[in-house]
Design a protein around this ligand. Structure first.
Ligand code: ADQ
Length: 474
């Protein structure tokens, strides 16, 4: 008997191909999404369609990869260098990413990139259509594939399609700056269920659909010729148990002891981000500088460990940002260092999850202060690793996570005075208050974890189909 299957579609597969000379190695992703969706795509005939993270032009190699990945229920889409540059680097990352993160002056509007975005989205949709059977459900992910829902719908009228946006959806006034706003919205409303991190994101989306496409709406329902579809908030999370048990693992002790020894009596503050202008690196460094300038009593009493994962640093905006961060770190360090102490320890590289967990666990304060962020998983990872329930999270109100983690010290990253006040509050917070706040945040992250997120989204997709059927027989 043929059981209905689930088809996951995202720009990247949860494996990456890396080369060791001529030898190809498949590196599995340990990211939250891969873990959360692991229970789905690995099961039965289910499948995950996406790009395997390397440009492969030779047909024989492509065939071998497709063959190797079949056993893992993965189906690769191969991109040429030109497709990758214009669809991914170009339209996705130079147009949609800055605009959706409220950096419209960084957005580049290029017809050529847009045409390639359409062509590559069609390639993904065709790959879905090739394996799609009657009752299958499809879950499309993120801003790189916003046209895919409608492209599938055009050929499979009754398909069950969910879409989740991992970055913010901007307000109408920003979204309408896009020359291709109508087409993108039409692409999205091909889905039955549209998920966003926050209620505001889903409202902004519904508002754009009303004003740009003229759709009729009722609360979270949008009507596509009488057929209701739903847009709602589904805040993503992490694998709480994984981080929590890693933080409790005795094998982690040497890492932790090493960090504790090095920080001495000073308080440890950390931040962990990809290099990106949306992450607020500059404002954070300015606030730290101001903290030391206005509060010299913290000299030698606080150490700031800043981890930055390299990202797109061949692109000018990113290279400029990197240069500015380098310069500011070295200015601050030269301004305040003593013979015994350096205020900022700055790492521009990736860290293993073990070391990351040890840093989270030993950090007295985590600074998660993006200018704009869909959710931000670092804030939740920090909370999951604070097994003794101490520690303070300073969180930007521009991160989706701030809607759930109310017990963080929530700040506006542009307000440097309040930012410094929050730093002082965090440095001075009594342990009882830390415990009270941390306990309630841990409860939220543990309960609403990544597995819960997947389950709720999938159930809701089923409910929308039931609702549509009910209304169509009335
Ligand atoms: P990202 O923009 O990548 O994700 P985020 O949610 O913070 O942002 O996830 C970053 C991940 O990278 C975390 O799991 C973190 O541990 C890891 N990481 C960061 N620095 C690291 C380092 N130096 N070494 C190792 N690992 C590091 C997008 C959206 C977010 C949204 C997620 C999920 O931009 O808003 O939360 O998708 O939907």
């Amino acid at each position: 008997m043929n059981r209905a299957k689930t088809i996951i579609v995202s720009n990247r597969l949860p494996v990456k191909i890396v080369f060791n000379g001529e030898q190809m190695i498949y590196q599995s992703s340990e990211g939250g999404l891969a873990t959360g969706l692991g229970s789905i795509y690995k099961d039965g005939d289910n499948i995950w369609i996406g790009w395997p993270g390397a440009i492969i032009n030779e047909e024989t190699k492509q065939e071998k990869i497709a063959d190797d990945l079949t056993d893992r229920n993965l189906s690769p889409i191969f991109l040429t260098e030109e497709e990758y540059n214009k669809y991914y680097e170009g339209f996705s990352n130079e147009t949609l990413w800055p605009l959706f993160h409220y950096f419209p002056s960084y957005a580049n509007y290029s017809d050529e990139n847009w045409n390639m975005y359409k062509a590559v989205n069609q390639k993904f949709a065709d790959a879905v259509l090739e394996v799609l059977k009657n009752d299958d459900q499809i879950w499309v992910h993120d801003y790189q594939l916003m046209l895919v829902p409608q492209m599938i719908r055009a050929k499979a009228r009754n398909a069950k399609i969910g879409f989740f946006l991992h970055i913010p959806f901007p307000s109408y006034e920003v979204f309408r700056l896009l020359p291709w706003r109508d087409e993108l919205l039409k692409g999205l409303v091909g889905a039955d269920l549209l998920g966003f991190h926050t209620y505001d994101d889903s409202k902004y989306f519904i508002n754009s659909c009303q004003r740009i496409l003229g759709l009729t709406t009722n609360s979270n329902q949008l009507f596509i010729h009488d057929k209701p579809i739903i847009a709602d908030a589904f805040p993503i999370s992490i694998d709480f148990d994984k981080f929590n048990s890693l933080a409790n693992d005795p094998l982690q002790k040497p890492h932790e002891e090493n960090i504790v020894k090095r920080k001495g009596k000073a308080k440890l503050m950390i931040s962990v981000d990809r290099l990106d202008y949306s992450k607020g690196l500059i404002n954070r460094l300015k606030a730290f500088d101001k903290l030391l300038e206005q509060n010299p009593q913290y000299i030698e009493k606080v150490v700031f460990v800043q981890l930055v994962v390299p990202s797109r640093d061949t692109v000018k905006q990113y290279a400029d940002l990197k240069e500015e961060v380098d310069k500011m770190v070295s200015n601050i360090n030269s301004k305040y260092s003593t013979l015994e102490w350096v205020p900022i320890h700055y790492f521009y590289r990736s860290f293993s999850i073990d070391l990351l967990a040890a840093l989270y666990k030993t950090a007295d304060i985590a600074l998660v202060t993006p200018m704009r962020d869909g959710m931000n998983l670092v804030s939740k990872e920090y909370v999951a690793c604070k097994t003794d329930e101490t520690g303070v999270l300073i969180l930007s109100e521009m991160a989706g996570a701030s809607k759930e983690l109310n017990d963080a010290l929530v700040i506006n990253p542009n307000d440097s005075n309040k930012f410094v006040k929050a730093l002082v509050h965090a440095l001075e917070m009594p342990v009882d208050e830390q415990r009270q706040r941390m306990r309630s945040m841990r409860e939220i992250v543990s309960r609403f974890n990544i597995h819960h997120w997947v389950k709720v989204f999938m159930n809701r997709l089923e409910d929308v189909k039931v609702l549509q059927r009910k209304l169509s027989v009335r």
